[in-house]
Design a protein around this ligand. Sequence first.
Ligand code: AMP
Ligand code: ZN
Length: 113
Amino acid sequence: MTDCLFCKIIAGEIPSTKVFENDAVFAFRDINPQAPVHILVIPKEHIGSCADVNAVNSAAVAACFEAISEIAKQEGLDNGFRVISNCGADAGQTVPHLHFHILAGTQMGEKLL
Ligand code: AMP
Ligand code: ZN
């Protein structure tokens, strides 16, 4: 998608701090980290959000989770991590390209909200 911030990051048109890349997935450090480790994992295929996942494109989601497992090992997240995907206005999604936040490096509470 030409006017998508994360598509531009994948294309290298906007700089990012890359932590992982393969044929299907790109991952980079969040510009405004909410935890000591805050990484965004995105499919290279443009998918708007979790609400747009379907039987045709769900392999891209599986690829993201395979990448998350790899990144957790690479980053040494042995004490655990949290994965979040905000979908739509009520969830506070600000970038309309499906992404998974990896948050780690601190003790998080049991409550999500
Ligand atoms: P969300 O609010 O779930 O849509 O998450 C979007 C995330 O993208 C936020 O945590 C932002 O800090 C992050 N973000 C926005 N622009 C950039 C950028 N250029 N590089 C890295 N992270 C970004
Ligand atoms: Zn996009």
